[in-house]
Design a protein around this ligand. Structure first.
Ligand SMILES: Cc1cc2nc3c(=O)[nH]c(=O)nc-3n(C[C@H](O)[C@H](O)[C@H](O)COP(=O)(O)OP(=O)(O)OC[C@H]3O[C@@H](n4cnc5c(N)ncnc54)[C@H](O)[C@@H]3O)c2cc1C
Length: 377
């Protein structure tokens, strides 16, 4: 028999694991720090890849639900020069293999697919210790405690479970994103709306860039990338929305106004998102009764794979546990053996992608990738 599984974190990794276990009749409980599913905006669009995220959703039996979320036309791509000249443009012809969905909606179908009570909201892990025989005592901030048979850390970048397995700590990558939103853009921000087009926009220069997505409705969601130390961002008062927008847009002096409008016309205060990563190739020796999934295991600078890998890890661990009903350790070993190189490969490719986007040769390297793709039959 597979013991009850205790999962820490109701992100995409933990919820996919819980769902795949449920499909196989294995009970799981998910402990989540946030007070409710609505506690935090889940923002952002994710392109879900046919080689990992979609396989996970199929293992979860949620392919139809996923399809109903796909935002048509959002795989279109534009690359603009700083002066607004269009350097590359590709329409969404429906063959891209990377359909786009809203993260919050994806999380919702996973939550809705679990038996009531599976997720225990408002349970923030404050400490964890081994108590022998592969069991662990998990303490929560509200003073409650559980003892686990199988403990899975799906608690993201700053995992409280990771120290049971490794001493690794995420390090600042040297780059941050600053997040903005423009709502009702077709009517309220038409020039920016036109610049972004139907899907994604990239406007890049060495060390910096403006990346925007058209989300559900005509919301424009932008990540402004800047390669600056944490102190540089700390010196900006982000509680003063106007001053912060002025300071960030100064880094784009001389850029086309329809591009800088994505910063200065934000309908929400700018939010800095410092980017951290674990060492590429992060791994550990097998420790009985505990493992990690998703960002907890292989946090990398955003590269379009993190959420996909998180779901895939969840599905793969669920599959391995179902395949080894009497032998949890065999399941964990099998899962980790495949997960370590998978995470390392994605992180290494992600580092290359950041070099392509923000390195000295940008935007030409990115343009080459897109034009080569177009020429490939
Ligand atoms: C700016 C940005 C843009 C991104 N864009 C993309 C993209 O376009 N495509 C893509 O595939 N990926 C993207 N990613 C990466 C992606 O968001 C992550 O890789 C993915 O969310 C990881 O999922 P997870 O379930 O492992 O962790 P998380 O989503 O971080 O979930 C962890 C959960 O654990 C909970 N938790 C944390 N600590 C505790 C605790 N002590 N006790 C209990 N619960 C706890 C958290 O509240 C959270 O619900 C992006 C990341 C960033 C920062």
């Amino acid at each position: 028999m597979t013991p009850d599984v205790t999962i820490i974190g109701a992100g995409l990794a933990g919820l996919t694991l819980a769902r795949v276990l449920h499909v196989h009749g294995i009970p799981a409980t998910v402990y989540e720090a946030e007070a409710s599913p609505m506690a935090r905006a889940q923002g952002g669009m994710l392109d879900i890849h046919d080689y990992n995220g979609r396989l996970a959703l199929r293992a979860a039996g949620l392919t139809d639900e996923f399809r109903s979320l796909v935002l048509e036309g959002r795989q279109a791509t534009r690359i603009l020069d700083r002066d607004g000249t269009v350097l590359f443009e590709e329409a969404d012809d429906g063959t891209g293999g990377r359909p786009e969905v809203q993260r919050g909606e994806l999380r919702r179908i996973l939550l809705d697919s679990l038996p009531a009570g599976t997720v225990r909201w408002g349970h923030k892990v404050s400490g964890v210790r081994p108590v022998g025989g592969g069991r662990h005592e998990v303490a929560f901030a509200d003073g409650t405690v559980v003892v686990t048979s199988l403990l899975v850390g799906a608690d993201g970048a700053w995992s409280r479970i990771r120290p049971l397995l490794s001493d690794a700590v995420p390090e600042y990558t040297g780059r941050s994103f600053v997040e903005t939103y423009l709502f009702d853009s077709d009517t309220r921000h038409p020039a920016a709306s036109k610049a972004v087009g139907g899907g994604s926009l990239f406007a890049l220069a060495p060390g910096k860039g403006i990346q925007a997505h058209r989300e559900r409705g005509d919301t424009l969601h932008t990540y402004v990338a800047l390669t600056e130390p944490r102190d540089w961002f700390a010196a900006i008062d982000f509680t003063d929305a106007t001053a912060a927008a002025a300071r960030i847009s100064r880094e784009f002096d001389g850029w086309a106004p329809e591009l800088t409008a994505l910063i200065t016309d934000s309908d929400t205060p700018l939010v800095p998102r410092p980017l951290y990563a674990l060492p590429i190739g992060h791994r550990w020796d097998r420790v009985p009764g505990v493992t990690l999934l998703g960002d907890a295991a292989h946090l990398a600078a955003p590269n379009g794979e993190g959420a996909n890998l998180a779901m895939y890890d969840g599905a793969e661990l669920g599959r391995a546990l179902a395949a080894h009903p009497g032998d949890t350790e065999a399941a964990l070993a099998e899962y980790e053996q495949a997960m370590f190189p998978r995470g390392a490969e994605a992180a290494a490719e992600g580092a290359q992608l950041h070099e392509l986007l923000f390195g000295a040769d940008t935007p030409h390297g990115l343009l080459d990738v897109f034009t080569e793709d177009e020429q490939t039959p």
